[in-house]
Design a protein around this ligand. Sequence first.
Ligand code: SF4
Ligand code: SF4
Length: 203
Amino acid sequence: MPAESSRGDAAKLPRKNPVAGFGVTFKDVFKKRLTEQYPEYKKPTAPRFHGRHQLNRHPDGLEKCIGCELCAWACPADAIYVEGADNTEEERYSPGERYGRVYQINYLRCILCGLCVEACPTRALTMTNEYELADRSRESLIYTKEELLAGLEDGMVDTPHAIHPGMTEQDYYRGLVTEAAPGTERQPALSKGERPAGEGVEA
Ligand code: SF4
Ligand code: SF4
């Protein structure tokens, strides 16, 4: 009985035009193509797109990061690891007392929300528009301080180096330091093990 009933129901259904199923296809054939020629052509992002982070420098090259860890505490994904350390007059990375000795962002965890940027008190941490963050190993997606630190622009000297003569930490934030003082030289980076003792100092 149920089988006969379903045959009867099918007979009552209206017969459909077999060509009607191509309606969507025909409609789209004449639309403008939206194919992106990536990676040959990289479409510019919106100006405020949240991409890879950057650790910024002051205009003389000293680092803005003070190693306070506020960004790490603000991160909902626990993606940031920071270890701060004290500056010394012989080896200075930032104008104040402390600097970020170790800084890592784990892009396997990061959701690019930008909360860390909001938490940073010195504008040391910002986000670029770079979105190509895929890689072949988990380790390579943990970005180190050296990878995140902004490049050197005109008038900058790479850290560590002395504070601008006659300037205070506050002067840096008042915008009074506009470039490295003439004769500023890079100091030996002993704590990072970048230079063995006795090796020459790079200008
Ligand atoms: S963008 Fe968001 S998820 Fe990524 S490190 Fe910053 S706070 Fe964490
Ligand atoms: S990036 Fe900003 S919030 Fe994070 S440790 Fe450095 S100064 Fe502090």
